[in-house]
Design a protein around this ligand. Structure first.
Ligand code: NAP
Ligand code: MG
Length: 487
């Protein structure tokens, strides 16, 4: 009981008890089977919350990439000629199987990547299943999606994904490719390979024809070998802007369509007339969801000067109630940082912010677990636009708070970044929403909300955040050759 006579409740631990069926070792998934890598090499994948090795995973070399591309090409003929309604049935079966084993996959995602179980369970898994359901619906309607055209699959698609939404990114890429009649060679990130490999098990369970999807684990060189393989007819990449640029160079002399979903430094603009509590929640979910490991994280907050003091106070109070710790505990809000390397990068940027004179607010002083990679959610005030923390992507739970006086200033400062992935606008005035949202240089603009995703809604960036869209009708386009019917 506190001095004021109110009872202060705390949560009892609520650890997730389901344990997925994890193997000690995983091969490469090529032509419908798990096989030993030709390279003979493997690496370990680690639980970032404990530092413990979860499993050893094969590392694919150039010969393995060649084998996978050949398997995908061989499978392509039959798969692309299958009646679209039959292709759709496979996608429906994958979606339903994902729902059936959602709990195990959510636990596996959390163990391998460090994100809180409430997020893998309530966001990643439902959305991954949704992407297969949604695209199943498109498989037999492609000619209506693009009237006047005869849509044809491109062939073997190389897909390379990052570690922040491992299963969701795999679903996000594989589902449209298959719906359009393509076959796939996919590489998950080195630190989070397990859910993609368990997705391969799902493919086996639903009897997806061998070779239609091949999963190659490995490091950056495996990704580069996929990009360089002449049998690959389309590349979809999600990851950092630097690697994306390298891929663009590598493909410059080849006729291989490319979509790039890259980094961001997304602005969240809060006007004085916004519903403040709602805006605080949106800012919290925008930057502290998934430890800030979100490409579209609202990492730059612009608050109208007249409300900055109460807003920052409300933000501090809300931040203080976030629970940091065991990602497998259902009460945890902020889990483990995905890798030591990423933690080092976040710590270096936070130190840089302090050296440049910004003020760090970090008030959650629950003890952090002794092992694993942790960073408390925090934010900076007193940030100048020239500060490194206001310009560079941190990809961690670190927010920069800045102010503005007029809508024009807010817009100018929000757009003053090389990136253009996402943005948020918070205001009570509909007209302001339209004015600001229309002038923001971002692929996605959320109004009075943040970080909302749906398979039907295209997602992607502009400027240094990449090009091309995933999801919705727009997301089908890169996976199709669209010849005009009269041609
Ligand atoms: P990353 O280093 O670019 O890695 C992304 C993927 O590319 C990984 O599978 C990686 O393998 C692979 N890769 C590395 N070097 C390669 C090369 N030379 N050729 C081909 N593939 C290569 O990015 P990350 O650190 O994993 O992810 C964080 C970044 O992704 C952030 O910048 C974030 O903003 C961005 N991201 C963007 C979106 C979006 O939708 N726009 C979504 C999520 C993340 P390894 O894992 O083995 O290095
Ligand atoms: Mg891992």
């Amino acid at each position: 009981m506190s001095n004021s006579g109110t009872i202060e409740w705390d949560y009892a631990p609520a650890p997730e008890r389901i344990r997925p069926d994890i193997s000690d070792e995983y091969g490469l998934f090529i032509d419908g089977a798990f096989v030993e890598p030709e390279s003979g090499e493997s690496f370990k994948t680690v639980n970032p919350a404990t530092g413990q090795t979860i499993a050893r995973v094969a590392s694919a070399g150039a010969a393995d990439v060649d084998k996978a591309v050949k398997a995908a090409k061989a499978a392509g003929g039959k798969w692309s000629r299958l009646k679209p309604t039959e292709r759709a049935k496979f996608l429906f079966r994958i979606a339903r199987r994902l729902q059936e084993c959602a709990r195990e996959l959510a636990v596996l995602e959390t163990m391998d990547g460090g994100k809180p179980i409430c997020e893998s369970r309530d966001v990643d898994l439902p959305l991954a299943a949704q992407h297969f359901f949604y695209h199943a619906g498109w498989a037999d309607k492609l000619q209506w999606a693009f009237p006047g055209c005869t849509p044809r699959p491109r062939g073997v698609c190389g897909q390379i994904i990052p570690w922040n939404f491992p299963l969701l990114m795999a679903a996000w890429k594989i589902a449209p490719a298959l719906a359009c009649g393509n076959t796939v060679v996919l590489k998950p990130a080195e630190t989070t390979p397990l859910t993609a490999l368990h997705l391969a098990r799902v493919f086996q369970e639903v009897d997806l024809p061998p070779g239609v999807v091949n999963i190659l684990t490995g490091a950056g060189e495996t990704g580069a070998a996929i990009v360089d393989h002449p049998g690959v007819k389309k590349i979809a990449f999600t990851g950092s802007t630097d690697v994306g640029r390298g891929i663009m160079h590598a493909l410059a002399s080849r006729d291989v369509p490319l979509t790039l979903e890259l980094g961001g430094k997304s602005p969240n603009i809060v006007f004085a007339d916004a519903a403040i509590d709602q805006a605080v929640e949106g800012v919290v979910s925008g930057i502290w969801f998934n430890q800030g490991h979100v490409c579209c994280a609202g990492s730059r907050l612009f608050v109208e000067e007249s409300i900055v003091e109460p807003f920052v106070a409300a933000l501090r109070e809300r931040m203080g109630r976030l629970r940091v710790g065991d990602p497998l505990d259902k009460n945890t809000d902020v889990g483990a940082i995905n890798s030591r390397e990423q933690l080092n990068r976040i710590e270096a940027l936070v130190a840089c912010g302090q050296e440049e004179g910004a003020i760090l607010h970090e008030i959650n002083d629950d003890p952090l677990p002794k092992r694993g990679n942790w960073h408390r959610p925090c934010f900076f005030t007193g940030v100048e636009p020239s500060h490194v923390i206001a310009r560079e992507e941190i990809f961690g739970p670190v927010l920069s708070v800045m102010t503005f006086r007029t809508p024009q200033e807010a817009l100018r400062r929000a757009n003053s970044t090389p990136y253009g992935l996402a943005a948020g606008v918070w205001t009570d005035k509909g007209s302001k929403v339209f004015d600001i949202a229309g002038a923001l240089e971002a692929g996605v603009v959320w109004c009075n909300t943040y970080n909302k995703f749906d398979a039907a809604s295209p997602f992607g960036g502009c400027k240094a955040s990449g090009f091309g869209r995933e999801g919705g009708r727009h997301g089908l386009r890169p996976y199709l050759n669209l010849r005009s019917s009269g041609a």
